[in-house]
Structures are given as C-alpha cells and as structure tokens.
Design a protein around this ligand. Structure first.
Ligand code: FES
Length: 271
C-alpha cells in the first residue's frame, strides 16, 4: 500500500516526494549544470591524458633546469637512469596507475561518477533512469569492491607526492647554480594543490588520527592536531580535487609550450 500518510515517518524515515521518470523533479534550479560540467571535465581529462601519454608523448620536459610535465612526473625513467626500455614506453605509463587508482577510489570521485556517468542519481531529488532503478545501489559490492583499496592508494600517493617535491627542487638547479623560474612556480603550485588534496582525504584523516581511542598523552596530541587540521580541509575536498586535477593539465600545457618553443620560461638565478 502506498505510504501517503506518514507511516514511513513513524518508522524513523521520511519518503521524498520523488516523481518517477528520468530527469523528473520538483526542483526549480539548474540542477543539471553540475553533472554535465563534471562529466565534461572528467571526459576531457581522460581523453587528454590518453592522447598525451600514448600518442603525443614528446616534449615532456625542457632542459637547462629540468622542468617535467606533471602528467609524466615523477619521471622515474630519468630519475633511476632506466635506459633499456622499449621506445614507446614513458614514465607516465609506469606511474599513472597510482594517481588514477587514488582518484578513482576517492570518496568524492564516487559521487562524481555515480552522478555524471551512471545517472544514479543525477542529482538530489531528481529521478533516475528506469535502468538505474533496476540496478539500484548496493554499496561497495561487485566491481566497486575495489574502492576499498583507497587507503592503500593513499600510501602510494604520498610517495608520489614526495617525489613531485623532488621534481620542484630539480627545477631550481641551473647548471651549477640555483634559481627559479615560472616553471618552478607551476610545479610548486601543482604540488601544493596535490598536497591539499591528500591532506583533506578521508583516509588521511583516519591515518593521522582515526586509530586513536583518545587524544590524550604521548603522541596522540600530534595525531589529534593533524586530525583536526585534516578535518578542517576535508569539507573542501571537492575543491582540492578539481583544482589539483586542473593544475596537472595546465602544467602539462605550459611545459609542452615551452619545450616546443611557443613560449619562454623566464628564470632568475639567485646563487
Ligand atoms: Fe578523496 Fe581520499 S577521499 S582522495
């Protein structure tokens, strides 16, 4: 029997006045903007990465003071002097599974792809397609069980992040002298945004403070402070997700443009 008189509310939950039919809703705002923009941004990111890594993987850095594209950073082939590799291989092919795995299992990312790609649901209080009703949402089951590796991807992402700072320091070495350039700034901003993305991660919060029963005594004060710091930024996790992702591509376009001679990279030698 349809629950029109609040029996559900008496049981402790309230049925939403959802109209059945894909995209149907009582909302009067432009609710479709967010899923469309998110789908377009993620689609662009995937396409750009594929083209850059597989088809156009030249000009990934420029010399003098080595500045490496964020997509190919850390350039482990160069870092570990690996030369006997197939000609088609590049560093991105070896390391991108880590940022992909980290972002792909991110709690915020789950919301993004469920809304923009699966339309399950498209937005709050918006009816989903009939097929999504049939599939339903059953949590982290089936293929989505892999989302549970997020904490392990975090540990690997922290390693990648520290190597990115090594790349920033690398940009400050000019043939025996030290200095900085716009390229240094670009990689530093990219590393900072990625740091904020990692610090605001839900799994990071657990890593620094979640395993404690109380924040008193010994090292727990430090854990508690880190936990509060991470929690403060966790509310803006979506912001750090998008800004850090955007900077990866802006950084790559910058490096590509300098390496191809389209623009220059003003530098300042200080020592
Ligand atoms: Fe988004 Fe961990 S929850 S990176």
């Amino acid at each position: 029997m349809p629950d029109r008189f609040g029996v559900a509310a008496l049981r402790g939950y309230q049925r939403l006045p959802l109209i059945k039919g894909f995209g149907k809703t009582q909302r009067i705002d432009n609710w479709w903007n967010q899923p469309i923009i998110m789908a377009a941004a993620l689609g662009f990111a995937l396409l750009y990465t594929f083209i850059r890594v597989v088809l156009l993987d030249g000009s990934i850095h420029y010399e003098n003071h080595r500045v490496t594209s964020p997509i190919f950073s850390p350039d482990i082939l160069h870092m570990f002097h690996i030369t006997n590799h197939p000609g088609w291989m590049n560093s991105a092919m070896l390391i991108l599974w880590i940022p992909f795995g980290f972002r792909g299992t991110c709690y915020y990312m789950r919301k993004v792809y469920h809304r923009s790609f699966f339309q399950n649901p498209s937005a709050c209080l918006v009816s989903k397609p009939h097929i999504s009703h049939g599939i339903g949402y059953s949590g982290e089951k089936g293929i989505f069980i892999f989302n549970n590796i997020h904490r392990y991807m975090l540990y690997l992402a922290i390693i990648i992040l520290s190597m990115k700072y090594y790349d920033v320091v690398h940009t400050m070495q000019f043939d025996g002298s030290w200095g900085f350039s716009v390229g240094t700034l670009v990689l530093a901003i990219e590393s900072f945004l990625l740091t904020m993305y990692v610090i605001s991660c839900h799994a990071f919060r657990h890593l620094v403070g979640g395993a404690l029963n109380q924040w008193r005594g010994r090292g727990s004060n430090i854990g508690g402070s880190l936990f509060r710091f991470s929690s403060k930024h966790n509310v803006n996790h979506n912001l750090w997700f998008w800004t850090s992702l955007t900077m990866v591509f802006l950084g790559d376009m910058f490096v590509l443009s300098v390496a191809e001679g389209l623009i220059s990279d003003p530098s300042f030698i200080i020592w």
